[in-house]
Design a protein around this ligand. Structure first.
Ligand SMILES: Nc1ncnc2c1ncn2[C@@H]1O[C@H](COP(=O)(O)OP(=O)(O)O)[C@@H](O)[C@H]1O
Ligand SMILES: [Mg+2]
Length: 395
């Protein structure tokens, strides 16, 4: 059990001596948009969070945004360039990793191949001079929690990926650490096993009294595991909130596009204020902004201007009337319960998610590849973003 506070944390990786200056990397390469200074590349900056005792916090963001760096600074595996790290109120910037009472689980398991599962788990305890009986009790208790008792005598190579990852987690929990750090622990597993292990982590979390800080690039993992999610990009925190908060009220266009699947659709539109009320001109269709957003936008000093309109795929619906925007149906993906329609609208690819069956359980057949459809959306489903900064105008 531990609270963990990061205050103004910054990490600069100094340039490596003798390393050739890289030519400008394309902007989609991981880390390409990180700030570069004389002192080196700024992997993390302005990182502030107060993590409560026993909270489960997930750091999520695309590859190269600084997640692992942040986690490694908390673990003490990476020096903190600036800022303060507190564990249980104590400044620990200079504290040795082994004295931080933290356990870490990595993507690649990092098990000792020549040791049995039992010994892999007992290893860390033996170094801490626990008695043989106590070690045995702790190893068996952890094995029981994770359902790996029957493999205790096996070597890692005879185990599946999922079983190995359980052993790696087992090795972390035997020590009963105050905080548990996990860096993409499920990324090496196939989709089915990943889903299963995700559910197991939720159960595990209920059984052990530990603060979790969990890193992933997968927004589904972040949404399902986190009490709170920290969305990161280019070394900066974009938003901290509960899964529902970041989904319902994304702070900016990046968060809106990153959280939620399929991804939110974005359109160019124009915000117009008429008689004290905002409406959105979407390709000639005027849609009123709901009262609550209208009030917030006024309070934020928002003015009439071109904007980015965000609409989630499941908030678009098919309509019969030709009074609504028209789009060309490209690929039709049957997903079982839902159908994903890939549409082309004004030269843009967008996705509409609709139910596959009507209320009588009959397959709806009002769309097919290469046909034209009309779509609409409700005013309350609109997300409005500043065209320059990407900021959500209504929060
Ligand atoms: N040891 C290192 N030396 C120099 N740069 C590094 C080092 N580790 C990571 N970086 C850079 O810092 C940035 C953030 O990396 P990382 O924290 O691993 O991102 P993430 O885990 O979000 O994918 C990347 O651009 C990466 O290239
Ligand atoms: Mg990483």
């Amino acid at each position: 059990m531990a609270s963990v506070s990061l205050r103004n944390i910054k990490k600069i990786y100094p340039p490596v001596a003798g390393e050739k200056k890289k030519h400008l990397s394309p902007s989609d390469e991981p880390g390409a948009n990180l700030e570069k200074t004389d002192r080196g590349i700024v992997a993390v900056q302005n990182f502030n969070i107060e993590i409560k005792d026993k909270e489960f916090v997930v750091l999520v963001g695309p590859s190269g945004c600084g997640k692992s760096t942040t986690l490694r600074m908390i673990a003490g595996l990476e020096e903190i360039t600036e800022g303060e790290l507190y564990i249980d109120g104590k400044l620990v910037n200079e504290l040795d990793p082994k004295d931080r009472d933290i356990a870490m689980v990595f993507q690649n398991y990092a098990l000792y191949p020549h040791m049995t599962v039992y010994d892999n788990m007992a290893f860390a305890l033996r170094k801490r001079t626990s008695s043989k009986e106590e070690i045995d009790r702790k190893v068996r208790e952890a094995a029981d929690i994770l359902g790996i008792t029957e493999y205790l005598d096996r070597k890692p190579k005879s185990l599946s990926g999922g079983q190995r990852q359980r052993v790696a987690i087992g090795r972390a929990i035997v020590r009963n650490p105050k905080s548990m750090l996990m860096d993409e622990p499920l990324s090496n597993l196939d989709a089915k096993l990943r889903n299963q292990m995700r559910a197991e982590l939720i159960r595990l979390r209920k059984k052990i009294n530990t603060t979790f800080i969990y890193v992933t690039h997968d927004q589904t993992e972040a949404m399902t595991l986190g009490d709170r999610i920290v969305v990161m990009k280019d070394g900066f925190i974009q938003q901290i909130g509960t899964p529902q908060e970041v989904f319902d009220k994304p702070s900016n266009q990046f968060v809106a596009g990153f959280i939620g699947t399929p991804q939110m659709n974005f359109f160019h539109a124009v915000l117009i204020e008429e008689n004290g009320h905002f409406c959105v001109d979407f390709d000639g269709f005027k849609v009123p902004v709901v009262d609550e957003d209208n009030r917030r936008m006024k309070a934020n000093g928002v003015k009439s201007a071109p904007i980015i309109l965000g609409l989630r795929p499941d908030s678009l619906s098919l309509v019969e009337s030709d009074q609504y925007p028209i789009a060309h149906v490209g690929v039709v993906e049957m997903m079982g319960t839902n159908v994903h329609l890939h549409l082309e609208f004004k030269g843009k690819d967008i996705i509409l998610v609709t139910q596959a069956k009507d209320e009588n359980q009959h397959l709806k057949l009002d769309y097919e590849s290469d046909s034209m459809i009309h779509f609409s959306f409700l005013p309350q489903s609109m997300y409005l973003f500043d065209i320059e900064t990407g900021k959500n105008l209504a929060i």
